[in-house]
Design a protein around this ligand. Structure first.
Ligand SMILES: C[S@@+](CC[C@H](N)C(=O)[O-])C[C@H]1O[C@@H](n2cnc3c(N)ncnc32)[C@H](O)[C@@H]1O
Length: 232
């Protein structure tokens, strides 16, 4: 029987699949939680990424899967955080809202939302995270300023999300795009499993996670202290 993915890439403990997550999901080992930014079902076609010198892709092509309503039900069996959930709230049970304030009142005339919402299947207080991210005004410049995906999320935002799932060791992002959740997992010491349908974004996700794995980590055990016998 053929595998449901086109490529399977291991980067340290992390595993990335190129293919349709709905086909890959039944073949996955155990995961503890889902953190994802799926296609919202809003027929997104033109993003802020544009075709500028910092962009490797033509971001004006339609986002895969965004032409039909998003069905969250396959993911609700795990503890999960789903971005864009205001677009499919009617298909969600009771949960809490996480809001990202993009501090967009600096540019109130533009066409970008000032706030984005995620939903978590947990009955707890709603929370808000503030980080500047409007048009060219971004508090975080990932990839040395290159935007890997037209709807790329800030790494710090996804790290904030992981803080609401403190016991989850293995995190699944079935719609990983350029792999931002994966980079956040590397930074937070979680294991990451990701799926992406688009080969170009899959490639970018692999590169970003590999690059993040090469970064020296501040939380590595301190090297043993040198004996100072010579001074005695
Ligand atoms: C909103 S984007 C995620 C962007 C991501 N948050 C980032 O920071 O780069 C959703 C992604 O899901 C992918 N996608 C759509 N349908 C899919 C499917 N059935 N399986 C896997 N990936 C899919 C799209 O190609 C798109 O890159």
């Amino acid at each position: 029987m053929s595998s449901p993915w086109k490529r399977r890439v291991e980067i340290g403990p992390h595993v990335l699949f190129e293919g349709d997550c709905l086909e890959i999901l039944p073949t996955l080992g155990p995961v503890d939680a889902v953190v994802t930014d799926p296609p919202y079902g809003i027929a997104y076609a033109k993003g802020a990424g544009g075709r500028g010198k910092h962009s490797r892709r033509n971001h004006s092509q339609p986002l895969k899967g965004d032409d039909k309503p998003f069905n969250p039900s396959p993911f609700l069996r795990w503890p999960c955080i789903l971005w864009g959930a205001n677009h499919y709230a009617a298909r969600l049970p009771h949960g809490r809202w996480l809001a990202w304030n993009k501090l967009g009142d600096l540019e109130p005339w533009d066409s970008f939302s000032d706030v984005e919402f995620a939903w978590q299947n947990e009955r707890a207080a709603d929370r808000i995270f503030s980080l500047l991210w409007k048009g060219i005004c971004q508090a975080e410049k990932a990839n040395g300023g290159e935007r890997g995906h037209p709807t790329q999320k800030p790494i710090a935002l996804m790290q904030w999300c992981l803080g609401f799932l403190p016991k989850a060791q293995t995190i699944l992002d079935p719609f990983m795009g350029s792999g931002t959740t994966g980079v956040a997992c590397v930074r937070e010491g979680r294991r990451f499993v990701g799926c992406e349908l688009d080969p170009g974004y899959f490639e970018i996700a692999c590169e970003r996670i590999e690059r993040e794995m090469r970064q020296p980590r501040l939380d590595l055990p301190a090297p043993p202290k040198l004996e100072q016998e010579a001074l005695l």
